[in-house]
Design a protein around this ligand. Sequence first.
Ligand code: C5P
Length: 218
Amino acid sequence: MKFNIAIDGPSAAGKSTIAKKLAKELGYAHLDTGAMYRCVAYFSKLKDVSFDDEEKVASLIDAMQIHFDAQGNVYLNDENVSNEIRKNEISMLTSKISAYPAVREKLVAMQQKMAEHKGYIMDGRDIGTVVLPNAEIKVYMVASVKARADRRYKEYVEKQIEADYDTIYKDIEQRDYQDMNRKTSPLKKADDAVEIDTSDMSIEEVVNTIRRLLPAEV
Ligand code: C5P
């Protein structure tokens, strides 16, 4: 029997890296919901839509086809946007548009439809609380701001994305604040989620900790 696994937590806590690895080991599908919100921000910028116009931003979603390949690349209407959507400017804009209920409603519906048949590992901010409240396994992943800024900086350097450490650090703090304090689906731990602090853990250790939460047959 396949399960759905929800992984939530603040930005750069390692959710996507862990979800991707775990999905590969278990033969599950990985859905990075943050990438979907990022695509909406990227597309709004591309189409020159005002970021203050909730309805216009949300209506763009109807013209968007998002898909992922096996390597985790993100395609928006067949264009590989994997690097573009990770840029700092897009991260900040994403945090803004993801507070809009009209945007969330559309993306949540898409995510719920995708996971209907189980066997999904979804990572985001509201998976355990809103998208998949009945997920069999829920993880809430946290890490110190410093650990997260260090990781994001390293990731940017490796991907040759322009990066300034202090800006990354401050942006993480600001995004935490925005994500935790918005009215619609703020980032918070589901009551039945298991919290894992990944600050001093390796990727392997986190993956193994989650695997120990799974029943033997998975
Ligand atoms: O996970 P990632 O950092 O790529 O997410 C980018 C932004 O998208 C977050 O800062 C958050 O504002 C938003 N997001 C969200 N709900 C999700 C996933 C991401 O609001 N399920």
